[in-house]
Design a protein around this ligand. Structure first.
Ligand SMILES: [Zn+2]
Length: 137
């Protein structure tokens, strides 16, 4: 699962080899190609401190700042919708990380098997959340 956003060719600096921003579940990668080389910068998603969008009339500029001491990623000339999507994607992946950390906490809680449907439920449950049967008696 990754999404790639390409800067518009009609903007400054993107005429022949537009900058590509790739968002994967692990990192944000900026790929800048030239005739002779391909230059990549990346920041881990969980190190992204902030995503700032500067909206122009048609195009948006994006700064992705890192809390890990590496240089921010700057990209110029993205469609407004793309810039917004990049910000949303990064923020949703970050919140999934946080939720993931909470899930690990939940799974450490004591569990038991429901005697009726055999699903795993919390040991303290009085009602099975799968079949809805009363377990208190
Ligand atoms: Zn059950």
């Amino acid at each position: 699962m990754s999404e790639t956003f390409v800067a518009c060719r009609w903007t400054r600096g993107n005429r022949f080899f537009p900058i590509k921003i790739e968002i994967t579940p692990m990192q944000v990668i900026k790929v800048k190609r030239t005739l002779f080389s391909s230059d990549e910068e990346s920041i881990s998603i969980n190190k992204v401190a902030s995503v700032r969008i500067k909206k122009g009339l048609i195009w948006s500029d994006i700064w992705i700042e890192s809390s890990g001491g590496s240089d921010p990623i700057f990209s110029h000339g993205h469609h407004k919708g793309d810039a917004q999507r990049i910000k949303e994607l990064i923020e949703s992946i970050q919140s999934q990380y946080r939720r993931g950390a909470e899930d690990i906490g939940v799974s450490e809680e004591a569990t038991k098997k429901c005697p009726f449907c055999a699903e795993t439920i919390k040991a303290a449950a009085n009602v099975c959340r799968f079949c809805g049967r009363d377990l208190s008696g």
